[in-house]
Design a protein around this ligand. Structure first.
Ligand code: FAD
Length: 265
């Protein structure tokens, strides 16, 4: 398979750098072709601004959604963004790797998403009408491909457990996994999360490394998170609410959008 790893850590000698090297070595040993976007090393620009839309008239009002649509359709996105789009089209699997910073991805990676996931490419795809709300959530340009997160966190695993004070890790990662990756069509694999990493000793590092190697070896066969496809009949159109009777009675929140919530309920 072709694999793109987007790496968001400023220090190559970091734990994340070491894990990135292990992931790539393992994938290559399995026979996969791997490309990388090393965002800090490449000096990635993270803000969306006028410079993203060179075709926009200098006195024209910048409406980011409209400008993105126009630039994608006209092929006038900037070269750095076009190069990332080409990599995404090339890759069968997208891996985003980052340290958890303030319960989210580092700003540079969010900026990669903001700039690269253009209108007409990652959103605004398909028919939008009374009967259909576009090709998204399981459908879209990137459907048929796989995606996965590699995340390191200072907090303990228990802190991210279902009753942990930080909130469940599945909830914290939902906006990325469901909102950013499932939205344009990716099948999203369960994340690889390394907890309590700030004072990792050699034995701890080796445990994490071996867990990561195993996930890289099983990338093609690991079942994705069973998110509900938007156009599979589970949602009312146009309200996009889950149909009555699906999910546990009285339940709300992110877990409802997994098909296994019915079995759990
Ligand atoms: P490093 O600091 O590079 O390394 C961590 C440990 O791994 C070190 O002890 C080091 O000895 C060991 N190590 C590194 N490389 C190797 C190697 N090659 N071999 C063996 N051992 C090695 N955590 C949360 O849980 N939630 C948050 O919301 C959160 N917010 C944060 C916000 C900010 C701004 C920052 C700076 C940190 C935050 N953290 C948070 C902690 C953060 O997630 C961790 O610091 C980060 O995941 C550690 O990854 P790193 O690659 O930077 O590790």
């Amino acid at each position: 398979m072709n694999i793109l790893l987007v790496f968001a850590h400023p220090e190559p000698r970091s734990l994340n750098g070491a894990l990135r090297d292990i992931a790539i070595r393992t994938l290559e040993a399995e026979g996969h072709a791997v490309r990388q976007s090393d965002l800090y090393a490449e000096g990635w620009t993270s803000e969306v601004d006028r410079a993203d839309f060179p075709a926009l008239a200098p006195d024209g009002r910048l409406i980011p959604v409209a400008a993105s649509k126009q630039a994608f359709e006209a092929g006038t996105l900037t070269d750095d963004v076009k190069a990332e789009i080409d990599k995404l089209l090339w890759a069968d699997v997208l891996i985003l790797q980052f340290p958890l910073w303030w319960f989210a991805m580092p700003a540079i990676l969010k900026g990669w998403v903001d700039r690269v996931f253009a209108y007409g490419f990652a959103y605004g795809v398909g028919e939008h009408s009374d009967r259909r709300w576009g090709d998204r959530y399981g459908e879209g340009t990137l459907a048929g491909k796989r995606a996965m997160l590699i995340v390191t966190a200072g907090g303990w695993e228990e802190h991210y457990a279902p009753r942990g004070i930080n909130g469940p890790i599945d909830d914290l990662l939902f906006p990325i996994q469901h909102g950013i990756l499932y939205y344009p069509g990716y099948d999203v694999l369960p994340p690889f999360v390394a907890y309590r990493v700030d004072r990792l000793d050699e034995a701890g590092f080796e445990r994490v490394a071996e867990g990561l190697r195993e996930r890289m070896r099983t990338l093609a066969t690991t079942p994705p998170i069973p998110y509900r496809p938007q156009n599979g009949g589970d949602y009312l159109i146009p309200s996009m609410e889950l149909r009555p009777g699906l999910g546990a009675p009285g339940a709300s929140g992110f877990a409802l959008h997994r098909a296994d919530a019915d079995a759990a309920g």
